[in-house]
Design a protein around this ligand. Structure first.
Ligand code: NDP
Length: 282
C-alpha cells in the first residue's frame, strides 16, 4: 500500500505542476498531422480544427482525406488542406513538409502519427516487411522532422511524435512494430537533448500510448488480449495538449506510466504477466 500511495502522490503532483493549456494558443496555428485519414490522426485533425488551427493532413487515401478536411472546415479550422502521400516512398515525406510550408507559409506543429499496417503475429522471419515498416514508421519521421526543423525554429514550434508503450517495453507478436517505436524513442530522445543543449526554440514531445480504441488496433487484439481500450478522441486531445504545453512526455492512459516505471523493478513478474495476457497456443 505504501508504494501505491507514493505512486499516487507522485501522479497528483505531476498533474498539478503541469503547465496550463491555453486553447487560444492554437487559433491560427499552422499544423501538419500525418496518418490523419483515420484513427487517432483523424481525431487530432478534428480537435485542431475546433481550436481554429490551419491544418495540412496527409495519409495515402486521397478521397478519405478530402472528407476529413471538409469536416475540419465545418468544425472551425481556418484552413484544412490535404496531400496524399505514401510514407514508404523515400521522397514523399519531404514533399509533404514542402507542401505545408508553401501553403501555410511556415509551421508551428509537426505531429507525426502515421503507421503502416503490420501483422499481429509471431515473428516468422520477414526481414523485408520490417525494413519497409522502418521506412514508414521511422525513417519518414526523421526525414520530415529534419525538413521542418528550420521553419519550426523560426516559429518557436513543436515536434510531436506519437509513439507507444511498445516502444518502451517488450511484448510478443509485434516485433517489427515494436522495433520502429523503440527507434523513434531513441532518435527523438537524443534529438531532444541536442536541441535543448543548443537552446533551440523547438520543443519535442514523445507520446507513449497504451491500447486505444481505433478500428485498426481493435481488429488486431480482439480475442487475443483482453485489455481496456481508451478513446481515440481523448488520446488525441492529450497529444495536442502535451505539444501545446511543450512537455517532453505524455503517458496515456495513466497505467502506461506505472508499467514503464515498474517493469525494471520486477522483471520476472512483468514478463510473467505479459506472457499470460494473451490467448496463444503454439
Ligand atoms: P491507424 O492504423 O488507425 O491509422 C494509421 C494512419 O496511417 C491512417 O491514416 C493511414 O491512412 C496512415 N498510413 C498507413 N500507411 C501509410 C503509408 N504507407 N503512408 C502514409 N500514411 C499511411 O492507427 P492508429 O490511429 O491506431 O494509431 C495512430 C498512432 O498511435 C500510431 O503512431 C500508433 O503507433 C500509435 N498508437 C496506437 C495505439 C492503438 O492502440 N491504437 C497504441 C499505441 C500507439 P491511409 O491508409 O489512408 O494511408
Amino acid at each position: 500500500t505504501k508504494i501505491i500511495m507514493a505512486i499516487c502522490v507522485v501522479l497528483i503532483a505531476v498533474k498539478w505542476t503541469a503547465p496550463r493549456f491555453d486553447e487560444e494558443s492554437l487559433r491560427g496555428a499552422r499544423v501538419v498531422v500525418t496518418g490523419a485519414s483515420t484513427g487517432i490522426g483523424e481525431q487530432l485533425a478534428y480537435h485542431y480544427a475546433r481550436f481554429g488551427a490551419q491544418i495540412v493532413i496527409t495519409a495515402r487515401r486521397e478521397k478519405v482525406l478530402q472528407q476529413v478536411a471538409e469536416k475540419c472546415l465545418s468544425l472551425g479550422a481556418q484552413k484544412a488542406l490535404y496531400i496524399a502521400a505514401d510514407m514508404s516512398s523515400e521522397s514523399e515525406p519531404e514533399k509533404v513538409v514542402d507542401f505545408a510550408l508553401e501553403k501555410l507559409g511556415g509551421l508551428d506543429y509537426l505531429v507525426l502519427n502515421h503507421i503502416g499496417p503490420s501483422p499481429f503475429t509471431v515473428w516468422q522471419g520477414d526481414v523485408e516487411h520490417t525494413k519497409w515498416l522502418m521506412q514508414v514508421n521511422f525513417f519518414s519521421y526523421i526525414q520530415m522532422a529534419w525538413r521542418a526543423l528550420p521553419s519550426l525554429e523560426q516559429s518557436n514550434g513543436s515536434l510531436v511524435i506519437v509513439s507507444s508503450l511498445l516502444g518502451k517495453t517488450t511484448s510478443p507478436f509485434v516485433a517489427p512494430y515494436s522495433s520502429t517505436k523503440s527507434a523513434l524513442n531513441g532518435f527523438f530522445g537524443s534529438l531532444y537533448h541536442e536541441l535543448a543543449m543548443k537552446k533551440s526554440n523547438v520543443s519535442v514531445s514523445l507520446c507513449t500510448l497504451g491500447l486505444i480504441d481505433t478500428e485498426a488496433a481493435m481488429d488486431k487484439v480482439r480475442g487475443v488480449v483482453n485489455l481496456p481500450a481508451y478513446p481515440a478522441t481523448d488520446a488525441a486531445l492529450n497529444i495536442i495538449i502535451i505539444g501545446a504545453t511543450r512537455q517532453l512526455e505524455l503517458y496515456y492512459p495513466w497505467y502506461t506510466y506505472i508499467i514503464v516505471v515498474t517493469k525494471d523493478w520486477f522483471p520476472s513478474i512483468t514478463n510473467y504477466i505479459v506472457q499470460n495476457s494473451y490467448n496463444y497456443i503454439p
